[in-house]
Design a protein around this ligand. Structure first.
Ligand code: ADP
Ligand code: MG
Length: 240
């Protein structure tokens, strides 16, 4: 579903992604961990072309992202992204936030878009908030709306960039629960998170990044119990 082959990316002179090789299959849940500034967000943002790569090959769902001919809008329809700060439109209701892209981008009828949105609001547990504004919701509820919005385009891949980092501790669980149920349903997910419990429980694979490189890639049990690389050991020891 996603394949990085010898991918490099520079921001000006700064070499942010170094020789990345990573293959993610359909239905896989990959958790990306690593210190701040190691390139996790950049890696994620390359997958939906919010960032372009400098060289190498990046193929997503059969589409070559390194090719200039790629229709970025078409690509993004199949990829949902959830950010740390929710990024909901503040002046629009929950329902309008969720139905906007299905109507404007996918050409869905309003009636169908609303029915679909309500289905996803049920799924994330807040159908009663359909007509609220984002400012009337808690952080955890806003993030669940953002997930519902991502799902409304029926994506094949969901990207999460520290989805719980801006939340009060008591709200983290409700967002992780939604993500866990998505994972169980077979969604292909790439998740940058510091929630190591989530990684242990849900990830098929953990990717550890440091200074723009993938330093270690392992099954969660192996990574957490027995990291091979010194840098990974150091990273894990600092989390305790
Ligand atoms: P992480 O998500 O692991 O914290 P990022 O991918 O956000 O790391 O950033 C990796 C490095 O690239 C950091 O040193 C950051 O300052 C730098 N960086 C990120 N975005 C840009 C940008 N748009 N221009 C220049 N440097 C950037
Ligand atoms: Mg980041």
């Amino acid at each position: 579903m996603i394949e990085f082959r010898n991918v490099n990316k520079h921001y000006g002179q700064f070499h942010v992604l170094k020789q990345i090789n990573l293959t993610i299959g359909a239905g896989e849940v990959v958790v990306v961990v690593g210190p701040s500034g190691s390139g996790k967000s950049t890696l994620l943002r390359c997958i939906n072309r919010l960032e372009t790569i400098t060289d190498g090959e990046l193929t997503v769902n059969g589409v070559a992202l390194h090719s200039k001919k790629t229709d970025v809008n078409k690509l993004r329809r199949h990829i949902g992204m959830v950010f740390q700060h929710f990024n909901l439109y503040p002046h629009m209701t929950v329902l309008d936030n969720i139905t906007l892209a299905p109507i404007k981008v996918a050409g869905m009828s309003k009636q169908e878009a609303v029915a679909t949105a309500m289905q996803y609001l049920e799924k994330v547990g807040i159908p009663d908030k359909a007509n609220a504004l984002p400012s009337q919701l808690s952080g955890g509820q806003q993030q669940r709306v953002a997930i519902a919005r991502g799902l409304a385009m029926k994506p094949q891949i969901m990207l999460f960039d520290e989805p719980t980092s801006a939340l009060d501790p008591e709200m983290i669980g409700e967002v992780l629960d939604v993500m866990k149920s998505l994972a169980r349903e077979g969604m292909t997910m790439v998740v940058v998170t510091h929630e190591m419990g989530f990684a242990r429980e849900v990830a098929h694979r953990v990717v550890f990044m440091d200074q723009g490189q993938i330093v270690e890639e392992a099954a969660p049990a192996d990574f957490f119990n027995n990291p091979r690389e010194e840098r990974a050991r150091l990273f894990l020891s600092r989390l305790l």
